[in-house]
Ligand binder design. Structure first.
Ligand code: B1M
Length: 213
């Protein structure tokens, strides 16, 4: 069985311990690094989404699959990514969260880990974060960047609301606002007046490095 097949079967069997073991073994044997394993996991989550669309999976199945993945990320992959980080100097404070009305956390947490391992200081506010909370936290910690994740077409507009709220408070120019998440795009970022958009966690790192120079 290839590593891809092995990871896929553990996620689809909701075998938390099994997935943790497969990830640990792959890292130990240098079969793949944490970033490569996360890419495989993201593909399997895509596949879970397809099963959901075909009504072969329902929300409870998605939740158990997500929890299986979350355990492996928290216990094995996140620490490995953090260890890979070579840059110790703080590049800037980033307040990050999933916008109001949206509970999807896996992608946002990956963005948090990748930014952390690349020298950013992360304030991860979690999910269903209202506009005011992003802004208040950013003001409190002296962040340079606000990062907004949205996985639902229905929650995307809350990204715009954060930007509008910044404008209302006269704070828009103080922050770099980046957005991401499957239904968003470069055009969307431009439409709502964000400073940038990233397709995935690695792009989020290069985007911020570019925006902050
Ligand atoms: Co939901 N869900 N879900 N779900 N879910 C999607 C997103 C969906 C596409 C599934 C589908 O229909 N095919 C669909 C959204 C359709 C749409 O609106 N366009 C959907 C739906 C409809 C729903 C519910 C409404 C279902 C229901 O209740 N009827 C409901 C919404 C609840 C709510 O939020 N209020 C719901 C619930 C859930 C679960 C709770 C069961 C679970 C989430 C658990 C959790 O996160 N803790 C879940 C899951 C797991 C998914 C899928 C299957 C997988 C998401 C995921 O983790 N992907 C997803 C289908 C899919 O994605 N194909 C789906 C892996 C992750 C690594 O990728 O999150 O895309 P992703 O993050 C990437 C990039 O997007 C980017 O980088 C990340 C890493 O590379 N990125 C950023 C993300 N944020 C970024 C921020 C940045 C930059 C880049 O800068 C700030």
């Amino acid at each position: 069985m290839t590593l891809e097949e092995n990871i896929k079967s553990k996620i689809l069997e909701w075998d938390e311990e099994g997935l943790i073991e497969v990830c640990k073994a792959a890292l130990e044997k240098n079969e793949a690094n944490a970033v490569e394993i996360l890419k495989i996991i993201a593909q399997v989550m895509e596949y879970c989404g397809e099963l959901y669309e075909k009504e072969e999976y329902y929300v409870p199945e998605l939740i158990v699959a997500s929890n299986t993945v979350k355990a492996a990320i928290d216990q094995v992959l996140d620490p490995a990514i953090k260890e890979m980080g070579v840059e110790k100097e703080t590049k800037g404070r980033v307040v990050l969260g999933t916008v109001e009305g949206d509970v999807h956390s896996i992608g946002k947490d990956l963005v948090a880990s990748f930014l952390f391992s690349n020298g950013f200081e992360i304030y991860n506010l979690g999910v269903e974060v209202p506009a005011a909370k992003f802004i208040e936290k950013a003001e409190e910690v002296g962040a340079k960047v606000i990062g907004l994740s949205s996985l639902l077409t229905m929650s995307m507009d809350f990204q715009r609301q954060v930007i509008q709220e910044l404008e209302k408070r006269g704070l828009r120019d103080k922050y770099i606002v980046i957005v991401g998440g499957a239904p968003t795009s470069e055009d969307w970022a431009e439409e709502i007046g964000a400073n940038g958009w990233a397709d995935d966690a690695l792009e989020a790192v290069s985007l911020l490095k570019k925006l902050l120079t």
